[in-house]
Design a protein around this ligand. Sequence first.
Ligand code: VGL
Ligand code: ZN
Length: 258
Amino acid sequence: IFDKNGDGQIDREEFAFCWNNWIKIIVKPVSALLVIDVQNDFICGTLNIRNCSAKHNGEDVIRPINELLDSVEFDAVFYSYDWHPEDHVSFIDNLHLRKLHESSPIKSEDAKVYDTVIFDGDPPMTQKLWPRHCVQNTWGSELYKDLKVTHNAVKIYKGTNPEIDSYSAFWDNSRLSDTKMETQLKLRNVTDVYVCGIAYDFCVGATASDALVSGFRTILLDDCCRGVDLLGIEKMKDSIVKNNGIIVTSDRVTDMTK
Ligand code: VGL
Ligand code: ZN
């Protein structure tokens, strides 16, 4: 089935047949779609990714994600929220609240948005500085209005500790506390996670990486992601593939289940 014509392509129709009649029955995949941080601030608010170097439009993820939700029956759908308190460490306008470590490459008075600094602490902590975004219970942290939210939605909140940033929807960046994402996935016997959302090179990539570490079959939906920096996106994709993740466009998922 896998390469009948010797052209590196699989026979789609035959694969779909085998998938539905054999593979699914033997492997018993339980699927979850992880929709990462599809929130106002990243699409049209204070951290609008259009202002970042890749010049991506976050709104582009809405149509393919909604199509996926309409055509594929995921066993679970998770929506993560970047969910920061007012005094969060990642906000550039909170820089005056904390002390930088002497090894920080950039001093407080010179720091600009998107710079990386090192905060004082034990151990000292590297942090990229972002505009104030996704403050808890504000418009900016709400999901974008056109995104479909399913009846079986599980909501995951991250970045709630003012002192620690959290890109991954599983763990904070210092790996001190988890969000219950893994617990909630395991509770539902999920084996396969499909990951999409914003920002590809930050929260989406970090979530996919952690999903692989936790042993989930991990499928990144390339056309359902938008990011900050083109080189960052390429590096993130390389790292996901090196760690046995799969990157496909969403039509590969919708086709297979028709
Ligand atoms: C994110 C930057 C800061 C993201 C969150 O969701 O990718 N990026 N906080
Ligand atoms: Zn954030």
